[in-house]
Design a protein around this ligand. Sequence first.
Ligand code: BES
Ligand code: MG
Ligand code: ZN
Length: 502
Amino acid sequence: MKISVKNADIKNEVCDVVVINLFEGVKNPSGATGVINEAVNNKIVDYIINMEDFKGEFGTFYTLPVLNNEIAAKKILIAGLGKKEDFNLNKLRELSAKIINECKKNKKDKNIVSILHGAGEGELCTKCCAKMIAEGITIANYKFDKYLSDEDKNKTAQIENFIICENDETKIEKIKEGLYIGETIAKASNFAKDLINEAAYVMTPNKLSEVAKSIDEVDIKIYDKKDIEKMDMGAYLAVARGSVNEPKFIHLTYKPKNPNGKKVAIIGKGITFDSGGMDLKPPSSMLNMKDDMSGAACVIGLFSVLNELNINTEVHGIIAACENMISGCAYKPGDILKAKNGKTIEVDNTDAEGRLTLADALCFADELNVDEVIDVATLTGACMVALGTCASGIMGTNQELINKLIEVSKVSDEKLWQLPLYEEYDKSLKSDIADMKNTGSRYAGASTAGVFLSKFIKNKNWAHIDIAGTAFLEKPDKYGVKMANGAMVRTLLYYLKECKCK
Ligand code: BES
Ligand code: MG
Ligand code: ZN
């Protein structure tokens, strides 16, 4: 889909659909909606508003065919913005996604012209409106159809052009900038989705490392099994041992052209398939476990656009990729492992593998002397039980960092909710024969996993984000996104980009 802006009169734009909008309760629409209303002989006011066919409730639509060439578009789509006082940039992103989903219902609708929703009567910042629209439409236009037959692929419409029509020439540059940022952020998220939705037999640790290697203008070092052994990553190696697909430890480095002096490491859990190991998962829990590399996909998604977004922070991306499989070589309950920092771990449950791989990755990040370490992981079913599929859990050692990430998640609209790392949770990880066990009590599972991770990082600016509930959706979310959803890509990009405007 090509997204662009045009300085033109919306009445004259030739397209399949022209999208205008209406706030709830508006009787005499102004701006572009007013212009279109006039051009179609007041039909919008006379028939749609006055006859109360359409009230403008948020996310609802009304389609009006164009007769007698009153305007150049073939039909008019009126998007309901809801109550003016409730409208904001997050609503705009959501509405934009809904517009795409609405247009996709008709196969013939390929060329869309839209006004810049939110910037007129909505009084929101022009650049941010453009950003939200580009983000929303790009997220919603995503599809994973590579394994479908051509016939099935063609069943849904593919939007080819989305043009923002703006009659005020002075706004064009700002709109262009916004569209570029929004589209780039959403592209990164869609890239992550592609990696997660791919089948696990394709998206192996090696494949993941090759995808990471294909990113332009970032440095990469890939460590293979022998290198990982030399680095004494005994916890990570144990998890990897059960699979014929060897582990790959991936270290990406992005050096900014205009450095601001800050260095951040972002670690992504990269279990390309989690069978549970010897503590095998039941079938229903194993079904979507190709998504257990969603943290890794998030890191790769971020790296794919750091240059394009001109990020000024130095960013390290770290992925300890491997499979958690069951075989004659697999690690066993009762095994005692030694992590990179020398600490020993008694394996209580082989299905708590993510924290073992992350333990060594955290030790590695510690040695990079970065200012902050953030890890993103599909770590615990307990987090999903606690927060559901609409919020990720966040915990860590620096409240300021956590607060900043929570604030930015309100801008990206990927909810983060803090969970505690109380000292009390320590007890349940006590082992009689090693420094700790890898699992503790059945209760507070997300926090216990967090406490476990905290033993492997000295850096006091550490945040852990558990995306077990948010990474892969069985039902479509409010953007219409199902399956992989690129969790935390947008949030971390907004964080790195230091977007100020709300
Ligand atoms: N990958 C899973 C966590 C997960 C669960 C991700 C559901 C996405 C959806 C993780 O490796 C795991 O198996 N965790 C165990 C830990 C337990 C054994 C302490 C869990 O949550 O059941
Ligand atoms: Mg597991
Ligand atoms: Zn896992």
